[in-house]
Design a binder for this molecule. Sequence first.
Ligand code: G3I
Length: 375
Amino acid sequence: MWQPRTARPAARTLQEAVWRVAGLLRCARNDAGRRLVSSCAALTAAFSLTFAAAAAPAGEPTLQSAAASTGRYFGAALDPDHFDEKAYAKLATEQLGAVTPENAMKWDAVEPRRGDFDWDRADRLVAFARARGQKIRGHNLVWHSQLPAWLTRGPFAPAEVRELMTDHIAREAGRYRGAIYAWDVVNEPFTDDGRWRQSIWYDAMGADYVAIALRAARAADPDAKLYINDYNVETESPKMRALYDLAAALKRAGAPIDGVGLQAHFVAGHIPSDLRAVMQKFAALGVDVAITELDVRVRTPPDAKSLAVQAADYAAVVAACRAVKRCVGVTTWGITDDYSWIPSFFAGYGAALPFDEDYRPKPAYFAAVRAWTAP
Ligand code: G3I
């Protein structure tokens, strides 16, 4: 159960101490160095404070520390509008090694009116994550949904649509250049039957819009990993096959695709038995794989039985990721049932996340931690 934070685990403290001493020694080697000691001391103090902020409650593993024990990250989608809420900020600080903006970096949020940009919420999320040494998964640059009305209303000629897309990518990925670990460059390009999803992008450029977007993102931020992200692709299906064939074609064409994101919005008791095999298939193309939006919805109100099934589901997803060398991490779509998209989209369902609406760890939390750390 949750305990207020007391002392930092030894490992982290030792790491900080070593860093502090090394920094000072390096500086004190010569006169110039000695003058720098004071500034280095300030630097080390700032670093360790920031570092310490992410330290876990004494002795308790966290989702991030457990994932990190296998070289992966554990992340969650967050809403900066809740950062002033103590319980929310504490959970996000202590449990996560990666964050994704649930809505703050979407086009309708950052450019609600043409040429009128609002980066406030996206900036706050980036600052929150950087202060805690957390990776940032940018979400998303090119999607058919949550587009500003001025853009969907148009009318724009195909060449204009292409320019609007590449300008937007250059502007947003350029703004956060160096801060973003991975971008969902293109989100949800396919329909459930594996055909190309109709969108202003596909209408204007056909399937080429994906490679055009990836190249624009690479130019804007050469270090960010570039992903295509979709849902209902976690099991062998026409949609999974379409995404696989697209990733293979992009690799053959030399387009800059670094990863495939499997959103993993699941119903409890229905985790695909071939999830691991599907991830392995994508990885065999030479791309990273990530679980990018995991939640496991149960009928509400949840009971001990449904929460036990959900716990086994979380363990199964973590175990599948752990078993695939190029699975780089697991991100949940939210972290607490207090804030989740599920109830408003799926009537009668909810309680889909590792922490309940009172920010208490659920059986799913303990099962996920065990699945990362089990020998
Ligand atoms: O911003 C407006 C606000 O001004 C207005 O007062 C309020 C009242 O309706 O709506 C707010 O917009 C909501 C927006 O979230 C921001 O909170 C939209 O109605 C609501 O539809 C939107 O839902 C988001 C949904 O994407 C939209 O498709 C969810 O929060 C978000 O969790 C969800 O995330 C998607 C991923 O991006 C892609 N994969 C699936 C996932 C779940 O749908």
